[in-house]
Design a protein around this ligand. Structure first.
Ligand code: ATP
Ligand code: MG
Ligand code: FE
Length: 353
């Protein structure tokens, strides 16, 4: 099955063609137009600017994805578009474009949940089988999920306040770094280590320690680190604080994932731990989670770097997996600014571990 995917839920206009066969997923093209420059002056994404830019870019980005894939429309089996969650103005642009393309070419339309795209993104780099335990860490979400298959996942835990990516972005801003903050903070933290710095002199709160569930909390860390950022005098101070923050986030992700692994291992023989979403691009976090997975007898998988942050290949793949199961959408399907991933109960109970 060969599917065109469209992604416009935030500040990337993206289109991709993915072929799904018995051998796994093959990315034929993946084009991403980032709007970072349009939003940089505001220190974050401005919804009105984003929606307008998607309108301007979607047609060119899609045509490029088709030509780089070396296909014409008759080579496609379906059109997948992100239908939420996200900024509704942007979602509507990609979804409407997808509807028009599907109608014009007589192709099935597949409305895809953006988070389901992140959930399958690791499958773009390696052949894997369901089920798996997923840590989804992105700009707007931080969740642990039992993923049994496409459209069949349940949540074991979630953040009770901020997402991990949001904490990276806000703390980076307090440190005077640009947007998006995650990659900038990772670079600064590396400087600390190169110069033999030590972040352990900064005391940061450890949230939810010992709590008997798989939830996350980052707002205390965000506030404490932002306050400490004001006390930094030298570049070395700032780098050391960045290192401390990165370690604190990695540690919380690992602590909560460890609880989920213990519960998950009781219900599943096939033990695979996957981390996905923009924060999965962070090397310290990847390494920490890989070590943890190994310690608990789980295989470990993260998406190729290019497919951690927003892209359309993950949307095309989720669309292809849905199409394979006959899960297509009506042409009048609505955009959903809020759309939880899990609509079924978990077979794993993390709370009573
Ligand atoms: P969501 O998927 O929840 O709707 P989003 O689409 O905005 O949110 P993603 O594109 O998946 O999120 O990820 C963007 C987030 O990832 C940002 O918060 C960014 O700071 C963070 N991020 C990206 N690279 C890194 C990195 N190397 N280290 C830490 N954080 C990172
Ligand atoms: Mg983005
Ligand atoms: Fe995302």
């Amino acid at each position: 099955l060969t599917v065109l995917g469209l992604e416009t839920s935030c500040d990337e206009t993206a289109a991709s063609v993915v072929r799904l066969s018995a051998a796994g997923a093959q990315v034929l093209s993946s084009v991403i137009h980032s709007q970072i420059d349009d939003h940089a002056a505001y220190g974050g994404v401005v919804p009105e600017i984003a929606a307008r830019s998607h309108v301007e870019m979607i047609d060119g980005v899609t045509r490029r994805a088709m030509s780089e894939a070396g296909l014409d429309w008759s080579g496609l089996d379906g059109v997948a578009a992100t239908a939420g969650p996200g900024l509704v103005g942007g979602v509507m642009v990609g979804l409407s474009y997808g509807k028009a393309a599907a109608l014009a070419r007589g192709l099935p339309l597949i409305a895809v949940n953006h988070l389901e795209g992140h959930a399958v993104s690791a499958r773009l780099g390696a052949e894997t089988t369901y089920p798996f335990l997923l840590l989804l860490v992105s700009g707007g979400h931080c969740q642990l999920l039992e993923v049994r298959g496409i459209g069949d996942m349940s949540r074991l835990g979630t953040t009770i306040d901020d997402a991990a990516g949001e904490a990276f972005d806000k703390i980076a801003k307090a440190l005077g770094l640009g947007y998006p903050g995650g990659p900038a903070l990772e670079k600064l933290a590396a400087q600390s280590r190169e110069n033999g710095g030590d972040g352990s002199r900064f005391e940061l709160p450890r949230a939810l320690l010992g709590r008997k569930d798989c939830d996350f909390s980052f707002s205390g860390l965000k506030t404490a680190a932002s306050r400490l950022a004001q006390t930094c005098e030298t570049e070395q101070d700032r780098a050391d604080l960045a290192d401390a923050v990165q370690k604190a986030i990695a540690r919380q992700l690992a602590e909560r994932s460890e609880r989920a692994m213990k519960a998950y291992a009781e219900a599943h023989e096939h033990r695979l731990f996957v981390v996905a979403g923009g924060v999965a691009a962070n090397k310290t976090i990847r390494r920490t989670l890989e070590d943890l997975a190994t310690k608990h007898g789980f295989a470990f998988l993260a998406p190729p770097m290019a497919y951690c942050t927003d892209n359309a290949a993950m949307i095309a793949l989720a669309g292809a997996e849905r199409l394979e199961k006959g899960l297509t959408s009506d042409i009048d399907v609505a955009a959903r600014p809020r759309w939880p991933l899990d609509e079924t109960r978990a077979s794993v109970d993390p709370v009573h571990k």
